[in-house]
Design a protein around this ligand. Structure first.
Ligand code: DQA
Length: 137
């Protein structure tokens, strides 16, 4: 099984960015533990701060990956284009968020991703990614 994890803007700063909200582990460290945990799964990782690069990566996943775990970060709440990219491919997408976005500012309560996602995992810290991968197994 080939799973692609995609992280959007500012998630390259995990570990140092607002640790009270997002924890103090870098995604690189956490990705190593995921690879150890899911030995039978071929995990890939992509991060970009650019909306267009995220859209291109989603388009290119068609026919290559069996599933996408997507944390579009702030673009979740703004990007019609990322929502459309998910609708344009047949690869199932699970939306994840580290923080409980519904316990935060109201502008984080709406997502352009959810309508086209197979499911949503919100608020379990980095464990949200583990739970999303498990949903594909
Ligand atoms: C986030 C929540 C978003 O509202 C925020 O803009 C992020 C991260 C999360 O994983 O909790 O950058 O997607």
């Amino acid at each position: 099984l080939k799973i692609l994890i995609i992280n959007g803007p500012n998630l390259n700063l995990l570990g140092t960015r607002e640790p009270g909200v997002y924890g103090n582990q870098s995604f690189g460290d956490y990705f190593s533990t995921l690879q150890f945990q899911f030995k039978e799964t071929e995990l890939s990782y992509f991060q970009s701060n650019s909306e267009g690069d995220l859209i291109t990566k989603i388009q290119q996943a068609e026919g290559v990956f069996d599933g996408i775990v997507l944390n579009a970060a702030a673009y979740t709440h703004t990007s019609v284009g990322i929502g459309d990219a998910i609708a344009a491919i047949s690869v199932p997408v699970v939306e994840v968020h580290i923080s409980n976005t519904f316990a935060r500012e109201s502008y984080r309560h709406h997502s352009y991703i959810s309508k086209n996602a197979v499911g949503i995992i919100v608020g379990f810290g980095l464990k949200s990614y583990e739970l999303a991968i498990k949903s594909f197994l």
